[in-house]
Design a protein around this ligand. Structure first.
Ligand code: MTE
Length: 330
């Protein structure tokens, strides 16, 4: 399924990125993707870079060893500054600016992920054991939020299927459930008395959705490690579904026979379904889903575009839902 052909952009990263920054990022990518070295140092280097460089630099692409797939959007990428300052991460608050302001309180090293349920090799694994065997790929995907805004983001990650296969799912594994960190001491949204979500944030996929080659676990974006506000150190990206399915800062992956409960579905079952495939024909009860605001936008440049079925990935994924009434299974 996965091809690991190296593809090169026509701009060398070394030509457009300050050398020290370039080397730091390469160290991170090389070490975390290819060797058993501890992640802590490269993470620190990359995060130190975050503190000093700004939007322009962080958009600089790297030359990755990336899979040649049809899954690269050629649309204009959302500037890094917008993708990292307009966020949904309710653990840190409900304002779009809260995650950037407060997510630095989240400790991401050390980090472990529980793999449990219907797998032959359950256990609690260190992050480095989770990601080390995987060669990273860059995937430029559209991200369409259920709130009717969207972005185009270059993620760095690897197919979720490749990870799941390593832990040998049993024949009873029909769904995959995911959970985020539950740490009120570092997540001010979890301490709020006005919260609507029953923590931890939980999401889920059907096993065929989880195994689909478009579904990735991301460890980076724009050629750098994921900023905390975007779901460091490990998040899900499912580009044909509304953004809330792409759960951030994952600590648990549980394979199960039963469809798992999911946070937004529990919060408002008439508004958010389990499937949540992007669908311009099925409106949210409180707004239309026919169009979306492509960020960045403004009053004078609304940037409103038509929403595509399955967020433009129908060719790849529509067959997963053959025969299903998508107005019922929204
Ligand atoms: N994951 C967690 N743990 N908590 C959240 O509040 N919000 C979701 C999703 N993943 C969320 C989450 C929603 S609603 C969206 S649209 C995307 O993250 C936004 O991702 P971004 O902030 O990187 O654009």
């Amino acid at each position: 399924m996965r091809s690991k052909t190296a593809i090169k952009t026509d701009i060398l990263s070394s030509e457009i990125t300050p050398e020290a920054d370039y080397i730091n990022r390469r160290q991170f990518i090389y070490r975390s993707g290819q060797t058993a070295m501890c992640l802590c140092l490269p993470y620190q280097l990359a995060l130190a870079g975050d503190a000093v460089d700004d939007a322009g630099l962080r958009q600089s692409p790297l030359v990755y060893s990336a899979a040649e797939t049809p899954y690269r959007s050629n649309e204009k990428q959302t500037p890094f500054v917008d993708a990292t300052s307009y966020n949904n991460f309710y653990e840190f608050g409900t304002d779009k600016s809260d995650p950037k302001r407060y997510a630095s309180a989240m400790t991401i090293s050390p980090w472990s992920v529980d793999i449990s349920g219907e797998v032959e090799k359950p256990g609690r694994y260190h992050l480095e054991d989770i990601i080390r065997p995987h060669a990273f790929q860059e995937r430029v995907y559209r991200l369409r939020c259920v709130e009717a805004w969207s972005m185009v983001i270059p993620w760095v990650g690897f197919p979720l299927a490749d990870l799941l296969k390593r832990f040998s799912p049993t024949s009873k594994a029909k769904y995959v459930a995911f959970e985020t960190l539950n740490r009120p001491s570092e997540m001010r949204g979890q301490r709020s008395r006005f919260g609507t979500i029953d923590w931890p944030y939980a999401e889920g996929l059907r096993i065929d959705e989880a195994m689909h080659p478009l579904t990735i676990l991301a460890v980076g974006m724009y050629g750098k490690t994921l900023p905390n506000q975007n779901g460091a150190p490990l998040r899900l990206v499912v580009p044909w579904k509304y953004g809330f399915k792409s759960i951030k800062s994952i600590t648990r992956i549980h394979l199960t026979e039963q469809q798992p409960a999911t946070s937004w579905n529990l919060t408002a079952p008439n508004e958010y379904g389990f499937y949540s495939n992007v669908n311009p024909l099925v409106d949210h009860p409180r707004w239309s889903q026919a169009t979306e605001r492509r960020l960045p936008n403004s009053l004078f440049k609304p940037n409103r575009i038509k929403t595509l079925p399955f967020n433009g990935y129908a060719e790849q994924v529509a067959s997963l839902y053959k025969g299903m009434d998508l107005t019922r299974y929204f």
